[in-house]
Design a protein around this ligand. Structure first.
Ligand code: HEC
Length: 79
């Protein structure tokens, strides 16, 4: 299901497991719909999501690991 190679905006190429993405989705759904509707991953490209996540992760009080897994989920959800 992850047929495309990661885009250049993703820092480093690494193996992303389905479990990692599933956790990211849970954090996303629990944390990112509190202040506004849950954003649509396809509304922004992978590069824009870097900046959005940098401003939203502190608002959602995500730790670094959660920040990364939510970002990876959002970007993967585009495919
Ligand atoms: C504490 C409240 C709060 C939480 C939690 C929150 N947001 Fe936001 N979000 C905002 C506010 C306020 C804005 C609009 C103002 C701004 O852009 O800073 C916004 C705007 C956005 C936008 C629109 C940005 C744009 O440029 O169009 C996106 C996308 C977004 N948030 C995604 C997320 C994601 C993903 C998460 C979870 C990691 C999240 N938000 C969690 C308050 C929050």
């Amino acid at each position: 299901m992850f047929s495309c190679t990661p885009r250049t905006a993703v820092a480093g190429t690494k193996t992303i497991t389905a479990e990692h993405l599933a956790k990211g989705q849970v954090v996303f759904e629990n944390s990112c719909g509190k202040c506004h509707d849950l954003p649509n991953p396809t509304d922004h490209n992978a590069q824009d999501w870097v900046g959005i996540m940098n401003s939203m992760a502190p608002k959602a009080k995500l730790n670094d690991a959660q920040h990364q897994m939510v970002y990876d989920y959002i970007v993967s959800a585009k495919n």
